[in-house]
Design a protein around this ligand. Structure first.
Ligand SMILES: [Mg+2]
Length: 430
């Protein structure tokens, strides 16, 4: 049986989460703003229709907001993180083989679990109905024989009401598929994006169909192996893993299960410091800053006989930062407030939310004094840290809070994760 992938994506995720608890706003134009209430990080369809762009600053949209009564929410990442977990739980009931791709998107392998073998459309509608009934969140579902095709199908489902939220490319004839691929800009292809888009246009590759029909070898020599695989994927050959294509950077996650139960705060502190170092290095690699840090602690839910404690907390930084030292300090502070003695902890992790491009840095009122975290010295120090670790290996240079014992690490370090059989080891993409 050849592979069939489903991509399930929540529509306007942050806005939809807010509407769950404010149903009267279901048809109101709405935006969710970044933590300092600076710019729009999510827009409802009504706001998109008004031409408001992603990242638009609230200050500049004030007139249009008044005229159209746009409702603005500050971001509530604790809520979004929790709703995201709940969506994944529901999706797991449809397929155990699930890869969480971003806060609002997951890939499912479905060819052996679809109860209506011939009709993925019916399966997709069942997924939509259950997520809507249980969580009140609207999703679109795309099916295809590779992840890239599933992603494309999802795009079609979202943009074309006649699909009623579900699109199965497997049900199309070759001609129909080509027609749809002609209509869509190549920049919409998973992993292509704006930058590649320009270079592709110079070669006359403008639509999805153009890319699907390009010579993979030529594409490889010009753009590398990932885009070659993309071409193959558009032709139904599944060969891309999630690691190949980084998700849209709405958040960065670093988390891992412990090798053995951890009870002490100092060991947890080392683990959290490790995850902060890992996540903030990624943050800097994409020239972004964070203003929201979510730290979570979990006991082992597969040992119900043991006392359970699963809690997470979000902290908002006074200023956006990408400095490992600053983020570590805040994260440890959250951990200390989260920590309860007497539990056997199984896992901890750190999520960086409310990411902003570095150029958008805003200082607070006392910027010059308080915001030493984004000083030139900090920038230089972090650059130095990243280049030393890039050259001599991760963790060569680190904060003392990370410790040296690594008492919390997995014991069988060389074993590859038990991706499909152990809940704790499902691939985590960050
Ligand atoms: Mg979405």
């Amino acid at each position: 049986m050849s592979a069939v992938f489903a991509l399930v994506d929540v529509n306007n995720f942050y806005v939809s989460c807010e509407r769950v608890f404010q149903p009267r706003l279901k048809r109101s134009p709405m935006v969710v703003l970044s933590n300092n209430d600076g710019c729009a990080v999510a827009r409802s369809n009504e706001v998109k229709a008004l031409g408001v762009k992603m990242g638009a600053t609230w200050f500049k949209m004030r007139e249009i907001a008044q005229e159209h009564r746009i409702v603005a929410f500050s971001s509530n990442y604790t809520l979004y993180g929790d709703m995201s977990n709940r969506v994944v739980e529901v999706l797991r009931s449809f397929s155990p083989d699930i890869e969480v791709y971003s806060i609002d998107e997951s890939f499912l392998r479905v060819e052996s679990v679809c109860p209506w073998q011939a009709s993925y459309r019916a399966f997709g509608q069942a997924i939509r109905a259950k997520v809507l009934q249980w969580l009140d969140l609207p999703v679109c579902v795309g099916f295809g024989s590779s992840k890239t095709l599933a992603k494309f199908a999802n795009h079609l489902a979202k943009k074309n009401p006649q699909f009623e939220g579900v699109c199965d490319l497997g049900a199309f004839s070759n001609n129909e598929l080509e027609d749809w691929m002609r209509k869509v800009d190549v920049a919409e292809v998973w992993g292509v994006g704006r930058k590649l888009n320009e270079k592709l246009a110079q070669l006359g590759i403008r639509s999805v169909a153009d890319l699907a029909q390009a010579d993979p070898k030529r594409i490889r020599s010009l753009f590398g192996v990932v885009l070659e695989r993309t071409v193959l994927e558009l032709n139904g050959v599944s060969c891309l893993s999630l690691e190949d294509i980084a998700p849209p950077k709405k958040q960065i996650i670093s988390s891992r299960s412990f090798g053995q139960a951890v009870v002490s705060l100092p060991v947890l502190t080392e683990a959290v410091s490790f995850h902060v170092a890992n996540a903030s290095q990624k943050l800097r690699a994409q020239h972004a800053t964070t203003q929201g840090i979510y730290v979570f602690l979990q006991t082992n839910r597969f040992k119900p006989e043991e006392p359970q404690y699963n809690e997470g907390k979000l902290i908002t930084l006074p200023n956006p930062s990408d400095d490992t030292r600053v983020i570590t300090q805040f994260a440890i502070n959250v951990l200390e407030r989260l920590y309860r003695p007497g539990f056997k902890y199984k896992k901890t992790g750190v999520m960086l939310l409310d990411l902003q491009p570095r150029a958008h840095d805003q200082m607070n009122l006392f910027g010059a004094v308080v915001n030493s975290t984004n000083s030139p010295q900090s920038l230089q120090l972090m650059r130095c840290l990243d280049s030393i670790n890039g050259r001599y290996g991760r963790g060569t240079l680190k904060l003392a809070t990370m410790g040296v014992s690594k008492a919390w690490e997995m014991r069988s370090e060389n074993r590859s994760p038990r991706y499909t059989t152990h809940w704790d080891e499902l691939p985590i993409v960050d």
